[in-house]
Design a protein around this ligand. Structure first.
Ligand code: IFM
Length: 457
């Protein structure tokens, strides 16, 4: 086992180790204090969408147990907590009336973090769009981007004096492609046209959100969290290498390009541009304004091969075989070198600001036996990936922090509660939390920080 203190000694003193969650996955209390439904409340209650038709009605009951959960984070000894804010608590219909009680909850949460000397990293959008906005078309409507801007302004006016960091969006890849093209996440669309509209309006919403943050809370470091894909060609053949480049542009370039270069990738535009909504004058300037940092969520590589079928639609790829035999319980290949090559590729292709690993972790579903959760494979996963982050720092990449996904087991979207990503086990019947062995190891790593070591070098 990698000794956590030895690993910690490879990081500079100001490096941030934290834990992450998201509102719909942990809060529960979906009808409390004026919250109205999000698209995930609707989607999870439809037959056949979520494993076991489970939903976020109770989840980890964090809305009622937030103080004990903050104590738990403090006991783990990490220095930061990444959480998301539920738009349907703040503006229950997406537009119109502001719900002060919703703001009060996050106000208390942020004060609770400050009282425990834990940095507050907030995300404005982690997929719980107010359901009422679907009446306008949800993310396929330009008006949703402006509704998001207003929501961002309202949140930042209330919390901006105490946040250590804010992200506009978490993983737009998921709320665009997975939700509107592949149909696996809410609202469950399977349409390229819908997805292309969601793409541009989500990018626009990011830019408009940045404007709002700069206007209302200019001192809060602001950024965007992307689950960039580490795309690897299935073979050295020219067709597969070209397929990997198309996949890179489709899965990464359509977000990194507009935000960091002010343009959509040329070959993507050539293939699908005619099906995109109108890109208004000035949109790309709004989208590409400077961010202070960016977040990378990494779990597994994406291996692709060319799709030779005549009717294949851009990016015209199929899955290629995994290289590593090691898989997590959700079926994702464990392959840490892809994290290194991904960061290197992205810094090579784009001019990027400093980076936080805003999510990394593994689904393993072992339970509590005699008060202990022996989740050695998760511990190994963390050790291996955190060592890669140390290597990246050694090579000169501006890595500033790392957040374990997740603080605790929670509602894993379409997989429901069967997939457990937590470093803390949750018994959903009793809501008892048990720190897993991986959590104890991560805690030993985090508590080596910043007190004992950390002269870089
Ligand atoms: O649980 C999710 C999280 O909400 C976003 N990133 C990936 C995690 C694991 O699937």
């Amino acid at each position: 086992m990698i000794d956590p203190k030895t690993l910690a000694a490879r990081f500079p003193g100001d490096f941030v180790f934290g834990v992450a969650t998201a509102s719909y996955q942990i809060e529960g209390a979906v009808k409390a204090d004026g919250r109205k439904p999000s698209i995930w409340d609707a989607f999870s209650n439809m037959p056949g969408r979520v494993h076991g038709r489970e939903n976020g009605d109770v989840a980890c009951d964090h809305y009622n147990r937030w103080e004990a959960d903050l104590d738990l984070i403090a006991e783990l000894g990490v220095s930061a907590y990444r959480f998301s804010i539920a738009w349907p608590r703040i503006i229950p219909d997406g537009t119109g009336r502001i719900n002060e009680k919703g703001l009060d909850f996050y106000d208390k949460l942020v004060d609770g973090l400050k009282a425990r000397n834990i940095k507050a990293f907030a995300t404005l959008y982690h997929w719980d769009l107010p359901l009422a906005l679907m009446g306008e078309g949800g993310w396929t409507a330009r008006s949703t981007a402006y509704a998001f801007q207003r929501y961002a302004k309202i949140v930042m006016a209330r919390l901006g004096d105490r946040l250590d960091s804010v992200a506009t969006f978490n993983e737009p890849w998921c709320s665009v492609w997975l939700s509107h093209l592949y149909g696996e996440h809410a609202p469950g669309e399977r349409s390229m046209d819908a997805a292309l509209h969601a793409l541009h309006y989500t990018n626009l919403a990011h830019g408009l959100g940045m404007e709002a943050i700069r206007h209302v809370a200019p001192n809060v470091p602001a950024g965007l969290v992307l689950n960039a894909h580490s795309v690897i060609a299935g073979s050295n053949g020219a067709a597969d290498i070209a397929a990997a480049e198309r996949a890179f542009q489709f899965h990464n370039g359509v977000f990194f390009g507009p935000v960091f270069k002010g343009e959509y990738p040329a070959d993507f535009l050539e293939a699908l541009g005619s099906r995109m909504p109108k890109i208004e004058d000035g949109d790309l300037d709004v989208i590409s304004q400077k961010v202070d940092w960016w977040g990378l969520n990494y779990y597994t590589p994406m291996r692709v091969a060319n799709d030779p079928s005549a009717d294949a639609v851009y990016p015209a790829t199929i899955d290629a075989a995994a290289v590593s035999d090691v898989k997590t319980d959700i079926g994702w290949e464990v392959y840490a070198p892809a994290l290194k090559s991904l960061v290197e590729t992205l810094y090579h292709r784009y001019e990027l600001p400093p980076c936080y690993i805003t999510e990394n972790g593994a689904a393993y579903n072992m339970g509590v036996v005699n008060g202990v959760v022996d989740d050695q494979p998760r511990l190994d996963y963390y050790a291996e990936h955190i060592a890669i982050v140390a290597d990246l720092i050694k090579d000169g990449h501006p890595m500033q922090g790392y957040f374990a996904w997740s603080l605790m087991d929670n509602f894993e979207w379409a997989k429901g509660y069967q997939m457990r990503f937590g470093i803390v086990h949750v018994d959903y019947g009793t809501q008892v939390r048990t720190v897993k062995n991986s959590g104890k190891w991560y805690s030993a790593l985090a508590t080596a920080f910043p007190k004992d070591n950390h002269k870089a070098g």
